[in-house]
Design a protein around this ligand. Structure first.
Ligand SMILES: [Mn+2]
Length: 327
């Protein structure tokens, strides 16, 4: 484990020493992952650095409006000869080197830009700021430090990162720093009303049908303080849905009156279970995720557990119940 700094200037300095960068983020990318990648790719190009984004998984449908999304290479493996094609890999929003799900990244010099509490500082340069409301806000700071003009497309991508990671500025990371970044991005051309409409008013039918399937599994435990939902492969098939369509479903049980912790179990294709955890106020679910090899933030965390939902469920719920009981 190397040292980390909060200084985004260190990220800019390392970036400037590269000429052909590969950018990536975590598997199953969210708004902060995609917005940060697209924003930083534009910053790099403005500095005369060639930038290619490679992600293992496709974007969730609501994020289809992000400018430049079509330039992202979605592939299960890094391109052949990547060690020669690139001279730096930038990992955005990745607490661990395994998070992109792309084997071989360690063969390139690495720059790690993240805001997760449990970041493993796996890179040559680690810029980790737990107080950053979104990695997109750190990318904005890099653009500003570089003196790069924040274009409308950059502003749109970074605003989308900020608005999704703060839950429309409703979560505890909606700090003065988040609003200050939003003000700069809106000044630079991000359009909050249009972005909100694009994010929340264009759901494909299959996402709504999947929502009905998943909410049919709702259970309330611990006297209504713990809500549990799950999604198996059959539900995806019945709804005609895709794995990335489950993004945001966890927020529905989290919003039930009296619920302190919400848990979402999702069966993955490879026989593992993805667990998403959400909590309210002071209730900390990051520790629960961490105990199962994952991580995240106090109110939003996740982990991946080998085996079936039936196998993962009792152990995970015991840990979640313990947190609820303490709250
Ligand atoms: Mn984030």
């Amino acid at each position: 484990m190397s040292e980390a700094t909060r200084d985004t200037g260190a990220a800019l300095a390392r970036l400037r020493r590269a000429s052909r960068v590969l950018l990536t983020s975590h598997a199953a990318p969210d708004g902060d992952a995609l917005g940060s990648e697209l924003g930083l790719a534009e910053v790099a190009r403005a500095l005369g650095i060639a930038a290619t984004i490679v992600n293992r998984d496709p974007h969730p449908a609501p994020l289809g409006f992000l400018p430049g999304l079509e330039t992202i290479r979605v592939q299960a493996e890094l391109p052949a000869g990547f060690e020669r094609e690139f001279d730096l890999a930038v990992l955005l929003e990745c607490p661990g080197l395994d998070r992109p799900g792309l084997a071989g990244l360690e063969r390139l010099p690495l720059l790690n830009i993240d805001h997760h509490l449990e970041n493993a500082r796996y890179a040559e340069v680690n810029v980790v700021d737990e107080d950053a409301p979104a990695v997109g806000e750190m990318v904005l700071a890099i653009a500003e430090a570089a003196g790069v003009a924040v274009t409308e497309s950059m502003a749109t991508n970074l605003y989308a990162a900020l608005v999704t990671d703060t839950g429309d500025f409703r979560y505890s990371n909606a700090t003065p720093r988040a609003f200050a970044a939003a003000a700069r991005l809106v000044t630079a051309g991000a359009r909050p009303a249009e972005i909100a409409e694009a994010l929340w008013e264009h759901n494909p039918e299959r996402v709504v049908r999947l929502t009905a399937e998943v909410l049919g599994t709702l259970e309330l435990l611990a006297g209504g303080r713990l809500a549990v939902i799950s999604c198996d492969r059959a539900m995806l098939e019945r709804a005609g849905a895709r794995p990335e369509d489950t993004e945001n479903l966890i927020n529905i049980p989290r919003g039930i009156d009296g619920v302190r912790v919400a848990v979402f179990f999702k069966a993955l294709k490879d026989g593992a279970v993805r667990v998403s955890l959400r909590s309210r106020g002071d209730v900390d679910v990051q520790g629960v995720a961490k105990a199962f090899g994952g991580g995240g933030h106090r109110n939003a965390a996740g982990c991946t557990i080998p085996g079936t939902v039936a196998e993962a469920r009792p152990r995970l719920l015991a840990a979640a119940l313990a947190v609820v009981e303490r709250s």
